[in-house]
Design a protein around this ligand. Structure first.
Ligand code: KIV
Ligand code: ZN
Length: 498
């Protein structure tokens, strides 16, 4: 079996998509989850793009020891210097240089000739090699590049010392056959055996996963992608799909990764919760319909033998098929062993805080399911550590002309009480919170979803808030949708550090 190197760019390309920005703490949490999942290389960000990105990469380097950490850099000395600075404390690091090789990009964007591009590749890769043992060169817009020139560009990078060369289908233009043909062609480049050859696929035509698999079939060593396929425009290749495709079709692909597939679901949920982007129901691998069978024929088949309609089991990705049910009489022990069975490792303080939330929920709901527990856990890594405001109580009155809200928040030791009116209960309570914090935050998006089924389902509210400078996602869960909305808003306020 050939070992495929997984390069995750959730924290760089994923974050580049509009509305997906993440806080440093959130990035570190995701990086730690990626390390546990078994990702070989984690691209922590683009150090030269902002002080925030540079610091986030530094924090990731402090927290992650088993995966290599990469920073993106343009082919310039100042970008490479910033990457070096960010990666200083990494156990293993990589400077990832990119430059476009297509005529379109060279003419309209770079305004550089072919020889200027080759010269820039040579100089930047050589410069980076003086600073880091692992230097990757990626050819941007490789699939709209002239093949011979692309090959020359990669050969130049290899000669200058690059340890990985990578071709990016930047605009998601390639087809699987084309990928196979280009990788086979590049296998013939000078010094191919000295480097790893990789691919980075975008999903504009919905072919990112297929193209990545095609590259593996043709001999690529390194595959790039993101969790849940998030990324610029229609996103990147979804790593969870590639990992499972390699596992399930090892018979023909003859390649494997070192990913622990049992951590896939947990990692995908974490990224979904942190970015405030819900997984589509029909998302391959982790969508909530992935193991649901509606038609009688399918149900009959699955009951007789799951293999009839399922090519892998929920347990393979760390999801539970049978719902565990706890109730208000369940003790801390049962709750803790349930968490462990669901794959969570939690500190004693976290257990206490989660158990308190579980008890509060069990008082309102007859049965607490695995999905409810997940909602409790994912609701608040942040609030255990840095919350400044918390909800004390609220009263909302709604009528046909609008609504009126009274919200009381606890800030440090003080209760702050405010009233506001609005178009509805949510609007009125958000305005009351704005009065409490003394800021007019902009609500960029708001959505509400049921986590579980039934009348006493937990409602999950997601908000995207901006204070004009930063944008954050806030999340709240409760059996009451107004409370969930208020909690989501407060979560956002705390993340903004107001
Ligand atoms: O899509 C792209 O071209 C990229 C490069 C920076 C590798 O993300
Ligand atoms: Zn990209």
């Amino acid at each position: 079996m050939k070992k495929i190197i997984l390069f995750d760019t959730t924290l760089r390309d994923g974050e580049q998509a509009p509305g997906y920005s993440m806080q440093t703490e959130e990035k570190t949490e995701i990086a730690t989850a990626l390390e546990k999942l078994g990702i070989d290389i984690i691209e922590g960000g683009f150090a030269a793009s902002s002080e925030g990105d540079l610091n986030a990469i530094k924090k990731i380097c402090d927290a992650v020891k088993d995966s290599e950490i990469a920073s993106l850099a343009r082919a310039s000395e100042s970008d490479i210097d910033a990457a070096e600075k960010a990666l200083k404390n990494a156990v293993s690091s990589r400077i990832h240089i990119f430059l476009a090789t297509s005529e379109i990009h060279m003419k309209y964007k770079l305004k550089m000739s072919e020889s200027e591009v080759l010269d820039r590749i040579e100089k930047s890769v050589k410069y980076a090699c003086g600073k880091c043992a692992n230097v990757q060169f990626s050819a941007e817009d490789a699939f709209r590049s002239d093949r011979k020139f692309l090959k020359k560009a990669l050969e130049t990078a290899i000669k200058a010392g690059a340890t990985t060369v990578n071709i990016a289908d930047t605009v998601g233009y390639a087809t699987p056959e084309e990928v196979k043909s280009l990788i086979s062609y590049l296998n013939g480049m000078n010094n191919r055996e000295k480097v790893k050859l990789g691919i980075h696929c975008h999903n504009d035509l919905g072919m990112a996963t297929a193209n990545s698999i095609s590259a593996i079939e043709a001999g690529a060593d390194h595959i790039e992608g993101t969790i849940n396929g998030i990324g610029e425009r229609s996103g990147n290749a979804a790593l969870e799909e590639i990992i499972m495709a390699l596992k399930i079709r090892a018979d023909i692909l003859k390649a494997e990764t070192k990913a622990d597939t049992k951590l896939i679901y947990k990692t995908c949920k974490l990224v979904s919760n942190i970015t405030g982007s819900r997984l589509p129901l029909n998302k391959p691998i982790v969508g909530s319909n992935a193991f649901k069978h509606e038609s009688g024929i399918h149900q009959h088949g699955v009951l007789a033998a799951p293999i009839t309609y399922e090519i892998f089991s929920p347990e393979d990705i760390g999801m539970k098929r049978s719902e565990i049910i706890l109730g208000k009489h369940s003790g801390k022990h049962a709750f803790q062993s349930q968490l462990e069975e669901m794959g969570y490792t939690v500190t004693p303080e976290e257990i206490n805080s989660y158990f308190e939330k579980f008890k509060a929920l069990a008082d309102k709901k007859k049965f607490v399911s695995g999905k409810d527990i997940e909602a409790i856990i994912h609701n608040n890594t942040a609030d255990l550590k840095l919350n400044k405001y918390s909800l004390k109580s609220f009263v909302i009155q709604s009528h046909s002309q609008g609504a009126y809200a009274n919200v009381i928040l606890l800030k440090n030791e003080d209760f702050i009480n405010e009233y506001a009116s609005g178009l509805g209960g949510v609007d009125a309570s958000f305005t009351a919170i704005n009065k409490i914090i003394g800021k007019n935050l902009k609500l960029l998006s708001y959505s509400l979803n049921a986590v579980t089924e039934g009348e006493d389902a937990l409602g999950e509210a997601l908000v995207k808030l901006s204070d004009g400078e930063n944008t954050v996602n806030g999340r709240g869960v409760s059996t009451d949708i107004l409370e969930a909305s208020i909690l989501a808003y407060i979560d956002g306020v705390n993340k903004l550090g107001l």
